[in-house]
Design a protein around this ligand. Structure first.
Ligand code: A2P
Length: 338
C-alpha cells in the first residue's frame, strides 16, 4: 500500500508517521511506500519514517500517486484538492472539516461505525477531535440505554490549534514568567494561565462552530438525528489531550456500576475510575495513549437514571492521527483497499 501524508510537517502529520510505522510493524497495514507532502516552505526537508529519512515535497495541484492519502493540512487544501486525489484512484481520509457534513461522505470512528467507511466514494471524513473522543464513551451507553440528551463541557489542549498552538503556549508562558508582555496569534486571547471559552467562530445561535461540530458530528456518527446535544468548548493551557465532562439523560435508567462494566469492555476505552485512589482521567496520563480514558462515572443528580462522566483522550491520536490510520486498517481488513 502506497500511503501519502499531506501536512506531514504539522502536529497531526508527526503523529501520523509514528502511528503508521507502528501499524506497519504490527502487520496491520502493509505499507510499501510513504510519501510526505506539506507547503512549499517545507520542500526538501527530511523527516524520519521508521528509521528512514524521507524528503518532504510540495503538495501537488494534481494527482498524488498513492492508494491512501491521509490529509491533514486544513480544510481549504482539502476542499481544493481532495476530489482530484480521489478521482485519480486514492482513498482520501480527511482530517479537516471540509466534507464531514456531506451526505455522501462517511464520517467514521471505526469502533463505533466502521462499516460506514465501506460506503465511501473516494473520501472518508475523520471527525473533529472532541467528537471522536466523546463518542467512544457515549456510543456503548447509547446502544444499551438510549441517550436522549447529552451536555458536554470541554477542556481542550493547545494541540487542537496544531504545532503553532503548542509553541505559543510554551513561548508565551516563558514570556509571562519572565514578566514580559504576553502576546497571542493562534488564540483569541493570551493562553498562559487563562481559559478561553471560544474555539472556532461564533454562530448565529450563540454557540461556536466547535461546539456545533460536537452536536452535528455525534448525531451523524451515532446515526441518530433525534439526539439533543449542547456543548461548551473551552481552550485550556495544556499541551495535548482534550478532556470533557459529559452528562447523559437516558431512555432506560442506568446505574454507574453497570456503565463502568459496560465501558470496561468497550473498544478504544480505558476505564480509569477509582476516586478512593485519586484515579480518574487526566491529560497527564492520557497523553500518548491510544485508548481514551473514562472515569468519574456517577449517577446524575439532575436526570433520573442519568449518568455523569469525564473523559480524557489524546487529541493528536484518537482525535486525529490514530483514528485516520484505524480507518485505513479497517478498510484493509475488509479487503476494501487496493
Ligand atoms: P508547512 O509546515 O510546510 O507549513 P499544523 O496543523 O500543525 O499547523 O500543520 C499544518 C500542516 O499543513 C503542515 O504540515 C503545513 O505545512 C501544511 N500546510 C499548510 N499550508 C499548506 C499548503 N498551502 N499546502 C500544503 N500544505 C500546507
Amino acid at each position: 500500500m502506497r500511503v501519502a501524508i499531506v501536512g506531514a510537517t504539522g502536529a497531526v502529520g508527526h503523529e501520523l508517521m509514528k502511528v503508521l510505522a507502528e501499524s506497519h510493524k504490527q502487520g496491520l497495514l502493509n505499507i510499501t511506500e510513504v510519501q510526505l507532502y506539506a507547503s512549499a516552505r517545507s520542500q526538501g526537508k527530511t523527516l524520519n519514517f521508521a528509521g528512514q529519512d524521507l524528503t518532504v515535497q510540495t503538495t501537488p495541484e494534481g494527482p498524488i500517486p498513492a492508494d491512501v492519502v491521509l490529509a491533514s493540512a486544513g480544510a481549504s487544501i482539502s476542499k481544493a484538492l481532495a476530489h482530484q486525489w480521489a478521482s485519480d484512484g486514492a482513498v482520501v481520509i480527511d482530517n479537516s472539516s471540509a466534507f464531514r457534513y456531506d451526505a455522501d461522505v462517511p464520517l467514521v470512528v471505526p469502533e463505533v461505525n466502521g462499516e460506514a467507511a465501506l460506503t465511501h466514494q473516494g473520501i472518508i471524513a475523520n471527525p473533529n477531535c472532541t467528537t471522536a473522543i466523546a463518542v467512544l464513551a457515549v456510543a456503548p451507553i447509547h446502544r444499551k440505554y438510549g441517550v436522549k440528551r447529552m451536555i458536554v463541557s470541554t477542556y481542550q489542549a493547545t494541540s487542537g490549534a496544531g504545532q503553532k498552538g503548542m509553541d505559543e503556549l510554551i513561548e508565551q508562558t516563558r514570556v509571562y514568567l519572565s514578566g514580559g508582555e504576553v502576546s497571542h496569534h493562534e488564540f483569541v486571547h493570551p493562553i498562559p494561565f487563562n481559559v478561553i471559552p471560544h474555539i472556532d467562530v461564533f454562530q448565529d445561535n450563540g454557540y461556536t462552530k466547535e461546539e456545533m461540530k460536537v452536536a452535528w458530528e455525534t448525531r451523524k456518527i451515532l446515526g441518530d438525528d433525534s439526539l439533543n446535544i449542547s456543548c461548551t468548548a473551552v481552550r485550556i493551557p495544556t499541551l495535548r489531550t482534550h478532556s470533557e465532562a459529559i452528562t447523559l439523560e437516558l431512555s432506560t435508567p442506568a446505574v454507574p456500576s453497570e456503565v463502568r462494566a459496560l465501558l470496561s469492555t468497550a473498544a478504544g476505552v480505558e476505564v480509569r475510575d477509582d476516586p478512593a485512589q485519586n484515579l480518574y482521567p487526566m491529560p497527564i496520563t492520557a497523553s500518548g495513549k491510544y485508548d481514551v480514558e473514562v472515569g468519574r462515572i456517577r449517577q446524575s443528580l439532575v436526570f433520573d437514571g442519568g449518568i455523569d462522566l469525564f473523559v480524557s483522550g489524546d487529541q493528536l491520536l484518537k482525535g486525529a492521527a490514530l483514528n485516520a490510520v484505524q480507518i485505513a486498517e479497517y478498510l484493509q481488513a475488509q479487503g476494501a483497499l487496493g
